[in-house]
Design a protein around this ligand. Structure first.
Ligand code: 4AD
Length: 456
């Protein structure tokens, strides 16, 4: 009741408060009067004093409400995640104080912008970081406010930006292929089908075929688009909707493709690590991260089969691996974790790979294909040289039971000035799981989509 009577007014005799963001660097001498807004991420009450830590996305600020201010109704009932405006003197504090940027805002005025509930409904009751994973996903719209969760997503945008920067340096042209398509790329079993004005259509599994249409005009191209897969299993690295970074290179050899991939990934990592805020987040999330050594280890599929058998790692039927087996996720990850560095796994058998892959001229049983495997995650990239011969492609459709008619535009690329070309797709969420040491790709996107989850 007493507190309700205390009314704080913005004192017009004080100097005008300069609006700043929480992480903005400004001169503290002479002491400036500033205005900040943010949400309460932490607070500590002492007699006649209220310490409030604010968050605004750019950073954090320690604020002190003292005396009458601390005894107002709104200060006494302040709740976590309320949004608040504060004006006051920004002062340096000794670096042994726990205050971001070694400074503290001594408030002379504040107002609540949006009050968050307390008690039963307090955010700490809704979102328990060590609680059940499904509940946490249901509450992800609030869980995103957690620093560890949001820092992964901050790194994500830095990585996306770094890819765009690196591609720009490499003179790749960005194109934007459609998401609604009538052709499959990676097999019928993971197609999301829907009715498109009474015609059958799909959500795209990969933009690859469309990137191939663009190389005759632009040379090397790339896109950063969503891909969709109706994956019917729950694993820690499969999503139904993911961000696919895909590149396609014209007039190259298979070896050129591998060299490009190393250059691209190391280039992106250098850009990201040169950015202090991103680098410090990565350091926190993955303290042991080191830049991969070039060249990456190259390993043929047939050697991997031998390696797995030598290490007694069985296939899905609990049998020794044989040539022709699809190396399952578990076996692949075991191998990658033991080798513990990036691997280019190459030359997969024709039968287990997509229809469009170029055969190895030295050994037609296998394709000029590559998976890039990373410790902790396994495959993060799939790529290959593309079949560039018209007749061979027609045979490949037949062999894979794919009607050639809907692919007329793809086939035409082999008729109108074909070329040796190749490309790849990198799963952004998997790249981040590796870089930020996350157990699952569900934690590397804003709102994960996978079998059984399409909310929030
Ligand atoms: O190996 P994939 O299926 O290759 C393609 O789609 C090619 N057409 C790409 C190309 O050559 N342009 O997929 C490429 C990558 C995988 O290595 C993985 O990182 C990611 O896409 N990926 C998934 N990520 C999350 N959830 C899923 N369900 C994924 N499926 C593939």
């Amino acid at each position: 009741e007493e507190a309700k009577k205390i009314v704080i007014k913005d004192d017009p005799s004080l100097p005008e408060a300069h609006k700043i963001q929480l992480a903005e660097k400004i001169q503290l001498d002479p002491t400036p009067r500033v205005q900040v807004i943010g949400r309460v991420m932490r607070q500590a009450k002492q007699k006649n004093m209220l310490f409030v830590r604010l968050r605004d996305g750019t950073g954090y600020m320690q604020c002190l409400l003292a005396g009458d201010l601390a005894n107002t109704y709104h200060a006494q009932t302040l709740t976590l995640e309320s949004s608040i405006l504060i004006k006051g003197q920004l002062k340096a504090v000794p670096s042994d104080h726990d205050a971001p940027m070694d400074r503290e805002l001594h408030a002379d005025y504040f107002e609540i912008i949006g009050k968050a509930p307390g008690g039963e409904d307090a955010i700490t009751n809704k979102v328990q970081m060590n609680g059940d994973a499904q509940t946490l996903l249901d509450m992800r719209h609030l869980a995103l406010r957690n620093e560890a969760i949001s820092s992964v997503l901050y790194v994500r945008q830095a990585v996306e930006h770094a890819f765009a920067t690196k591609y720009w340096e490499l003179d790749f042209v960005k194109v934007s292929p459609p998401a609604l398509v009538q052709t499959q790329v990676e097999g019928g079993s993971t197609l999301f089908e829907f009715d498109y004005y009474n015609e059958k259509a799909y959500l795209t599994q990969s933009s690859q075929l469309y990137l191939e249409t663009a190389i005759p005009s632009f040379g090397n191209v790339y896109c950063i688009e969503k891909s969709f897969r109706a994956e019917k299993s729950l694993t820690r690295r499969h999503l139904s909707e993911y961000t696919h970074i895909e590149g396609e290179l014209d007039f190259i050899t298979f070896d050129d493709l591998l060299t490009h991939l190393e250059d691209l990934m190391c280039g992106v990592l250098s850009i990201v690590l040169a950015h202090p805020r991103t680098a410090s987040m990565i350091k926190k999330l993955n303290p042991d991260f080191t830049m991969p050594e070039r060249p990456f280890k190259r390993m043929k599929y047939s050697d991997a089969i031998q390696w797995l058998n030598e290490h007694d790692i069985k296939n899905e039927d609990d049998q020794p691996h044989v040539f022709g087996d699809d190396i399952a996720e578990a076996a692949e990850r075991k191998m990658t974790d033991i080798i513990n560095k990036p691997i280019f796994l190459t030359h997969f058998p024709t039968e287990i790979k997509a229809f469009y892959m170029q055969k190895d001229p030295q050994d037609p049983r296998v394709t000029e294909s590559v998976d890039c495997l990373m410790p902790g995650v396994g495959e993060i990239i799939g790529g290959s040289m593309r079949m560039d011969n018209y007749e061979e492609l027609m045979e490949a459709y037949t062999r894979n039971g794919i009607p050639s008619e809907p692919y007329y535009w793809y086939t035409d690329l082999r008729r109108y000035g074909t070329s040796p070309h190749g490309g790849y797709g990198l799963g952004l969420e998997r790249f981040l799981a590796w870089l930020c040491k996350q157990h699952t790709v569900r934690d590397t996107c804003l709102f994960p989509r996978y079998m059984g989850r399409c909310k929030p």
